[in-house]
Write a protein of this length. Structure first.
Length: 226
């Protein structure tokens, strides 16, 4: 098997790439990375010293590909299938890349900031950073809600790379604060994404790890301690 994906089943950015792989039933060898385990961490660091997953290795080509959008574009070019994630039309491709980056930078990243702050050691929380992240996330979700009022998928009529980015970002954002009341169109879009067999499979595989997701907000005292 040529392709090898180094990832963690709980990671939203890993979900993005897994969706793309499952959409086209692309064969790959899964390698789960546990950064809390010294051997697993060292093995991953030898492949990618930045230690950010996911990372795709194409053994037949002798290539190591980091970064989710680059991985999906690599799959589109070298391991293509029925679903094309980036359209061949230049303008449509630009729109896809635009919304891909939007979901990564303005939904996924602030969502992760809020979540990871919950697991910081006591006295090291970042209430100001969390407030900024919440403001950015709320603004982004408002844009998503308006955009999806009349649309099926993130960048047009066809499922693509931007939808791979949107699915886990919106899924975890919904866990922080359910979308339906304030952002009904975004909630309906998330429901469509969750009906995709590829994303349903990702969530099923992540299920054993969901207990690790920090659901509870820090207390006001803990926030003030930061």
């Amino acid at each position: 098997m040529s392709l090898e994906l180094h990832f963690h089943p709980l990671s939203s950015f890993c979900h993005k790439v897994l969706i793309a792989l499952y959409e086209n039933e692309t064969p790959f060898e899964p390698v789960i990375v546990d950064l809390t385990d010294a051997d697993s961490r060292a093995a991953f660091e030898a492949i990618w010293p930045i230690r950010r997953f996911p990372v795709l290795r194409d053994r037949s080509a002798g290539r190591t590909i980091p970064e989710t959008s680059i991985i999906i574009e690599y799959l589109d070019r070298h391991h293509s299938g029925a679903v094309r994630f980036i359209p061949r039309n230049d303008d449509e491709a630009l729109r896809t890349r635009h919304w891909d980056r939007f979901y990564d930078l303005y939904v996924n990243v602030p969502m992760q900031k809020i979540v990871t702050d919950r697991i910081r050691p006591e006295g090291h929380s970042d209430p100001h950073g969390v407030a900024q992240a919440r403001a950015l996330l709320d603004t982004a979700l408002g844009i998503v809600d308006a955009e999806m009022a009349g649309g099926s998928w993130a960048a047009g009529e066809n499922f693509g790379m931007a939808d791979c980015a949107a699915a886990p970002a919106l899924f975890y954002a919904d866990k922080l604060n359910p979308l339906a009341k304030a952002y009904p169109n975004a909630a309906l879009y998330l429901a469509r994404l969750m009906e995709r067999p590829s994303f349903a499979r990702v969530l099923a595989e992540a299920q054993p790890y969901f207990a690790l997701f920090p659901k509870e907000e820090k207390s006001a005292q803990q926030e003030m301690a930061g």
